[in-house]
Design a protein around this ligand. Structure first.
Ligand code: FAD
Length: 289
């Protein structure tokens, strides 16, 4: 199918993109187009205008800044997946890229577009939440920052207002002794997750002092599994501790059934992948990743 008719504006500056967004309430930002164009072709979306930000090279960067890693919203997946800075300071993201799409899509798709698309089976929202990332949203009114945990609202829905551009993702540098893991099962390599689990774990003396567990493919958005975190925090990370956290994760989700997998299978995957993710994260604790 072809998309419904739309106007097209090619932004030459961030200010230009923001002005165009403010002037055109029916507009959508066009980044890599890997999700937006497909949705337009299926007529699931009919934006009156596309504001193309692909020439905004000022939004295409990866930098280490103090305690944080700063990723410009227009950074292509491939650049993030192969970045030594990302590997050093957010190895969880590098690991997740082993599961994201194919080379052609990664060459075009952007980190910012991926997050703004907010697919509930997408990996990077889980990475952003598990890493405690902050998203920088910019409009003509200025800049506001929002925790990744508060950004993803529902299916393809985020806390970004229509006139806001996601400009940057800021991720606290992973502590050297923190363990991490991204586990996923998908129908084929590079497909969206049937279920994916991102985990970080701090475990200074064999006992877990902090953990984050986030699942995708289990609902309308990436879900932080607080019950699993509570189960493992303060516990000795052994087989019993891992099984208890995995059971808490499984009991906390109510995944959908669809053509690819039913709800019960997804819940079993949440159990298995949570146990695997926390176990692998534990194995990496204290080893600098
Ligand atoms: C075959 C295939 C397989 C894929 N597999 C996976 C996968 O396994 N995992 C996965 O996570 N993704 C997967 N994707 C999706 C891919 O990651 C897309 O690149 C991503 O979802 C969208 O990024 P984009 O830059 O192409 O954004 P676009 O498609 O251009 O935009 C997506 C949405 O975000 C908005 N947007 C974009 N940038 C901004 C911004 N800076 N500020 C505000 N709004 C913005 C757009 O208006 C639109 O609503 C796949 C895609 C394809 C085609």
């Amino acid at each position: 199918m072809k998309p419904a008719p739309f106007d097209y504006v090619r932004a030459d500056s961030v200010e230009g993109a923001l002005s165009a967004l403010a002037e055109q309430p029916e507009a959508r930002v066009l980044a890599g187009g890997q999700s937006l164009i497909a949705m337009m072709n299926l007529r699931l979306l009919k934006p009156g205008c596309l504001i193309d930000i692909n020439r905004l090279s000022e939004l295409d960067y990866i930098r280490a800044e103090g305690d944080e890693l700063a990723i410009g919203a227009l950074t292509r997946h491939t650049a993030a997946a192969t970045s030594p800075l990302v590997a050093e300071h957010c190895p969880l993201m590098t690991a997740a890229y082993g599961h994201i799409a194919n080379r052609a899509v990664r060459n075009r798709g952007t980190v910012g577009g991926n997050l703004c698309h907010a697919d509930p089976a997408s990996e990077n929202p889980a990475v952003a939440i598990a890493s405690g990332a902050t998203l920088v949203l910019t409009s003509l009114d200025g800049e506001r920052r929002i925790a990744a945990e508060d950004f993803f609202l529902s299916l393809y829905e985020t806390a970004a207002e229509q006139n806001e551009l996601l400009t940057e993702i800021r991720i606290p540098k992973a502590p050297a002794n923190q363990g991490w893991s991204f586990q996923e099962v998908s129908t084929r390599k590079g497909d969206f997750a049937l279920v994916g689990v991102a985990a970080t774990l701090d475990c200074p003396n064999g006992t877990c002092s902090d953990a984050r567990v986030v699942a995708v493919g289990v609902g309308e958005r990436a879900e932080r599994l607080g019950a699993a975190e509570t189960a493992i925090k303060g516990a000795v990370v052994d087989e019993a501790g891992l099984a208890a956290a995995a059971a808490a994760a499984r009991d906390a989700v109510d995944p959908p059934s669809d053509f690819h997998a039913d709800s019960e299978f997804r819940r079993d995957l949440v159990f298995t992948l949570t146990r695997r993710a926390l176990g692998e994260a534990h194995g990496r604790c204290g080893k600098g990743g």
